[in-house]
Design a protein around this ligand. Sequence first.
Ligand code: GDP
Length: 442
Amino acid sequence: MFDSLSEGLQSAFKSLRGKGKLTEGNMREGLDIVQRSLLEADVSYPVVQEFMGHVNERAMGKKVLLSLRPEEELVRIVHSELVSILGPVDPSIHLKKEGPTIIMLCGLQGSGKTTTCGKLSQLLKEQNITPTLVAADLQRPAAIEQLKVVGEQVGVPVYTEPDNKNPVEVCKNGVAKAKADGSRVVILDTAGRLAIDEELMGELQRIDNKVGPDQVYLVVDGMTGQDAVNSADAFNKALELDGVIMTKLDGDARGGALLSVKHVTGVPIKFIGTGEHLDALEPFRPEGMAGRILQMGDIVAAAAEAHRIVDDKEREELEAKMASGDFTLDDFKNMMEKVARPGLMGRMMSLMPGMGQFKEALESDEAAGGIRQTIGAINSMTAEERRTPKLIDAARRTRIAKGAGVQTPLISQLIKQFEIMKPLMQNMAGGSVMDRAKMMQQ
Ligand code: GDP
């Protein structure tokens, strides 16, 4: 049994590659493994049938069997079918021109609603919009407190009425307050239950009717497989959903649920949650997701992630420093600190084509320890040494190593690496766009 859709499909393609010449006979065998891995990854039967129908038809065509690399052709076919079954999508939050746009988040308890409130707020703040969060989960005693913490982390106001037991009133009052404050967006964090029940659906329908949200998003936990599909079906029948946000698609989540949820609800998947941190929310793109499922990487998401870590102004400053050769160990340390955020390197690697295999190595304690040691070593240097590493002789190396609690050769190695890296960076930053394009092709 495969843990993820991705693993199953990889195994199908591997077995096809081992067959030498691809024939109609062994292509069928490969397609059977594709089908099995879809079913094992919680893709529901009708979706698998529809999917395999298209893939079979295209894969058995003479053109594929006669092509130079038939298994690559098959990967392409599976990729394009995944894209068409996952799309079309619309990842934008449609904001009204006037008055606050009300977004209602609903979903089972633990699906990630409160966390997603924070993530959406962060996304909006990056667009210079400060939303108001409304704590309408009056079921879970700690929910109000949790939303307050999230609001504080992102720096957005949270409307609460700890003594009011009526969620409709809290939502109405929250929206009125947001309107008075001139907020452009209000996000309602509603209550969940451990399982679907009528009381919950009744409560959500009342909020929907009386408060009139502009958009209702369902938050589903991507790790729960078929349960996610069943709950999505129930919520979709009770409420008119405008979009789905699937969380916990980091780690070993079975991407299969995504296909089924899209199929049963028919509403677009808006965003996916890829971690516990408040910056781990991505607009959903079927091409990227298909690439990830097939372990082909997702270069667009990787670029977006990189953009978030270093903003335009910082990048320009950094490039100017590199071009003029002013890039110091301090700048190097700043860069290391940015990429050393927990989970970030692994996430980046899994998005880069062909680099997924390094994800675990980079997320290991050893890798994190290595980065910490380097940062520690630079911290032990004086400002002058950071600017001019040539000053660091044997005596200074010993002092720095002692201060950072590392072995002396590590300091020599760090300085050597930095000296090699600096002219390379200068070349890259100083060259024209064409030169850089050429360098990347080499
Ligand atoms: P709620 O009951 O629906 O409000 O769920 P919470 O927002 O409290 O989330 C439940 C748990 O899931 C928390 O421990 C979150 O940190 C975690 N969580 C939420 N989204 C993600 C995600 O995208 N990835 C991972 N790994 N964990 C998540």
